[in-house]
Design a protein around this ligand. Sequence first.
Ligand code: 5AD
Ligand code: SF4
Length: 484
Amino acid sequence: MPKLYLETVGCQMNVLDSELVVGSLRRQGYELAHTPEQADVILFNTCSVRQHAEDKIYSALGRLRPHKRKYPDKVIGVLGCMAQKDQELIRKRAPHVDLIVGTGQLAQLPALIRNVQETGTLQIALSLDRTAGRHEVERSFESYDPLRDPSMRPNRFQAYVRIMIGCDKFCTYCIVPSVRGPEQSRPPEHIAAEVRQLAGEGCKEVTLLGQTVNSYKYGRLRLGDLLAKIHDTPGIERIKFITNFPKDMTDDLLDAVRTLPKVCPYLHVPAQSGCDDVLRRMKRLYTVGFYNDMLARSRELVPGVAISSDFIVGFSGETEESFERTCDLVRTGGFKNSFIFKYSPRPGTKGHELYADDIPEEVKKRRNNDLLAIQNEVSLQDHRRMIGKRVEVLVEGPSKNAWKHETTGPIQLTGRTPTDHIVVFDGNPRLAGATVAVDVVEATAFTLFGDVVTGEHATRSSDGDDTAPAKALDTATRISLPIL
Ligand code: 5AD
Ligand code: SF4
């Protein structure tokens, strides 16, 4: 059997794309290899959002150069955003690459690999411009997305579902709109069919994906309507959606999140900055005041909602005072967690064209660390408030440390609450995929620790209240089934 090695960097979209690539190549008889050296076809699914992600791929490609010289029949491919953006540069810096394939052309991959193997020539498949990309990707919705491969996912019971592609927002720092093309929403019937298919394969949680997922629009149908449409799919227990654009967080959507019990009360809504001046230069289309109102509205309409955010530090012209405004927003925003990035200028964006990258690297680093420290304190407070509460956890499997200490008996498991909090507790690995009640006893800034509840109190809470105070703790016992 031919062997495939696929390395993925970047966002959840890429994780999903990789799953689809593996699905289509498995059908051609490929099996997965753990290292590039063991593989016949070596693929990198790439990201262009920050320079660092690109550098990682160029060094991985560089390391493979002697290997390719020794085994010229091996096929090396660059897929995704970097392929779409930088075909010339890839050819120059890594002339041993055989395949350059954009995000909208991944469905052609099996044929392109065959072409390389038969002709020994470089194969390139990319969108020619943003409008051409639209056509290609619309077709790919028909022929590509349904081909799922559960074995490529970390587990069978959680899956991503793409509901839209591309982005039309053109924030000035962001390369996504030019590499992923125009915003297009996928027909609701296709999405519903894919969710049904996933549920039939044992999937319990779907996360709907879009660069600005709450801008979903198909005719008159918006994201709230789509959530209602897929809500009653038998077998699906949880529905999440990422990533949201602050301006599109409508009351209708928030109402849907509150009233549909399977829709998780968790919203990822990147703020990017807490300074109006920076937001204007980023062309984010809102002010800090608007963002704060959106936070308040979300919390009012969806009681108990957890909100997380993204921030960029060191964007062009970010003064100490602007940065202080961002620190204030993180101090007061009550985010469950935030992802913090140092600004990385991207050639091809308005930000790169219009503004200098004028914040020194050491300053970016310091601001990154300072903001992280503030967010960690906020996360710790948020987590500590959950001590003593009983939460509902979808068990994902053994935790990272599970096999280090225990050899027999229960092992350390990890899972998430509907509010996306990570919970670690001891239990039988066969609980993976089950929804269990856990009493939270300890917390760090990143993790909740708890005891799994057995017996009558272990059933799912029917009112969806995952933060109900832990009653009847005396009847709760630690699970102690043998591991098989
Ligand atoms: N530099 C740094 N961070 C960026 N992001 C997007 N573009 C850049 C860039 N040029 C961040 C944003 C976005 C997240 C996915 O990546 O915070 O929300
Ligand atoms: Fe990039 Fe802005 Fe679109 Fe997000 S909304 S993908 S940050 S352009």
